[in-house]
Write a protein that binds this ligand. Structure first.
Ligand code: ATP
Ligand code: MG
Length: 483
């Protein structure tokens, strides 16, 4: 449908140029099928026929949907989300296998043990925010099992919340962890369950971990009445929350105590990679493969999940050539990365509203490590008609909110702020860029145009390129044809 509409728009522009009209024309939005607007411009028989054909096709698709009983996905794609299995987490961890994170661990411990002053606060909510696979759960497991923490709190509970946020399930999991005997007999009335939790933790110093929270729905959070329960606990009780979304911390009104988990430093990332890559390998293997390993680990850009995945992948590879193959392949061409790194990232992607998804995918047209300028990006989204609302000002506001939405879910990072502390620029993590390119493989292409080359650009295979970025066009001319 987009192709037909684009051709239609191009045709209109062509005619306007031919007629020598000076008036600036905004093409019809590809996403919006507006016949009123179409009627104002010249009808084109061929296009009309194709639209008719498209309609017929859509009718067949709709009939088949009925026949097979397919359901329409909800906004934000939560139905798609269910297709990806979410891993249940627990508080158990092998501490000897964790690398780095000393600073973050100390900071978190000092908050939990109330070494830094948080006087006046009877209890604390600490959100740990970061992109998928950055190690939020791992860091939380590390402090949860710390001796000092165990000695400091009377009761400690770990709940894997995940999505959807089910209040009854969470309340039951808390009770189960507090008292093993209670579960089977406990009621399904939320109120009863919450009262039961309260009786268990009243006047005790209570540490509750809510791992992997997604909901931004204030009503769901309030219905759990955790702040009320923690008011009745001893001072210093704490809720530790891990989430990929800053909105969750906002919703819990806990942004002031939030901890942002950033990438693992190069040394620790390499150590993590090596611990998987050289597991059980003979000692001199490190000399033989070490240098290639160092290069491979650079692809991970400090993302522990990627380092672990690539480390495990090369463990199976026995020759240097095989290691070099991994090094030279595009990261999104590796099946293991697709399964273990991109799949978890898909959850974050599905959590976006459809319009924001489109804005994110558009970012695939920029090269790696690109310095995004917020205003510029919003204007580009506007030029694509992705911010489908009337009025320029309104569009900018929507663009701003889409940008924030992507920022808060760690799709952007390395923010540049002006004197007023407002963000004006950012970058995209390499793996996120790979992920976005993976999603738009056939639609967005980046290629180097040689200086001054007056050449043809060939786009082979089954590409249906909608956006093409040419790098280094420099002083030379643009390529003259695209095949
Ligand atoms: N510092 C570390 N040392 C060793 N392994 C780590 C470290 N950090 C993370 N990992 C490993 O990387 C993987 C991803 O980490 P983790 O599950 O903690 O990420 P997360 O931020 O909680 O991701 P998600 O948003 O998907 O819940 C895990 O298998 C974990 O064991
Ligand atoms: Mg996690």
């Amino acid at each position: 449908m987009d192709n037909v509409l684009d051709e239609w728009n191009t045709e209109i522009l062509k005619q306007q140029v031919e007629e020598g009209k000076k008036k600036v024309c905004f093409p019809m939005p590809s996403g919006c099928f507006c016949f009123g607007q179409v009627n104002k411009v010249i009808h084109h028989h061929n296009i009309a026929r194709r639209i008719k054909k498209l309609n017929e096709k859509l009718t067949v698709v709709a009939a088949e949907r009925e026949m097979y009983g397919f359901h329409q996905s909800t906004i934000g794609g939560h139905d798609d989300q269910q297709l990806i299995q979410r891993q249940k987490t627990s508080s158990l961890v092998d501490i000897s296998k964790i690398f780095g994170r000393d600073e973050e661990k100390e900071m978190l411990l000092s908050k939990l043990l109330r070494e830094s002053s948080q006087e006046g606060e009877p209890f604390l909510v600490i959100p740990i925010v970061g992109m998928g696979g950055m190690g939020k759960t791992t860091l939380t497991q590390l402090v949860f099992n710390n001796e000092k923490v165990t000695a400091h709190f009377h009761k400690k509970v770990w709940v894997c919340v995940s999505d959807p946020f089910d209040e009854i399930k969470i309340a039951k999991a808390i009770i189960e962890s507090l008292d093993k005997k209670e579960t089977q007999s406990s009621s399904s009335e939320l109120e009863t369950l919450l009262l039961l939790i309260k009786t268990h933790v009243e006047s005790k110093k209570f540490l509750l971990v809510l791992d992997d929270v997604w909901t931004e729905d204030q009503r769901q959070w309030e219905s759990l009445k955790l702040p009320e329960i923690l008011q009745s606990c001893a001072e210093g009780s704490t809720i530790l929350v891990t989430t990929r979304k800053e909105e969750v911390a906002k919703m819990m009104r806990a942004t002031s105590s939030m901890i942002h988990l950033d990438k693992l430093n190069d040394k620790d990332c390499l150590a993590l990679f090596n611990s998987f890559a050289f597991l059980d390998r003979e000692e001199d293997a490190a000399n033989e493969f070490g240098a290639i390993g160092e290069e491979i680990v650079k692809k991970c850009k400090g993302l522990p999940l990627a380092a672990k995945t690539l480390g495990s992948l090369v463990w199976y590879k026995k020759t240097r050539e095989e290691w070099r193959d991994v090094l030279n392949s595009k990261i999104w061409e590796l099946k293991e990365i697709e399964d273990q790194v991109f799949r978890p990232l898909l959850l974050s992607y599905y959590d976006l509203a459809p319009a924001v998804k489109r804005c994110l995918l558009y970012c695939a047209i920029f090269p790696k490590d690109y310095d995004f300028r917020k205003d510029n990006l919003i204007e580009l989204w506007m030029s694509q008609n992705y911010l489908n609302l009337k009025g320029k000002k309104e569009k900018r506001r929507i663009g701003q909110s889409y940008f924030e939405s992507l920022t808060m879910r760690s799709f952007f990072q390395d923010f540049k702020k002006n004197d007023m502390k407002n963000v004006y620029g950012c970058k995209m993590h390499d793996i996120v860029h790979d992920f976005v390119q993976f999603l738009t493989q056939k639609e967005c292409t980046i290629m180097e145009a040689l200086k001054g080359a007056n050449q043809r650009v060939e786009l082979s295979g089954d590409y249906k390129v909608r956006h093409l970025t040419l790098i280094n066009v420099g002083e030379g001319q643009l390529p003259t044809s695209f095949d």
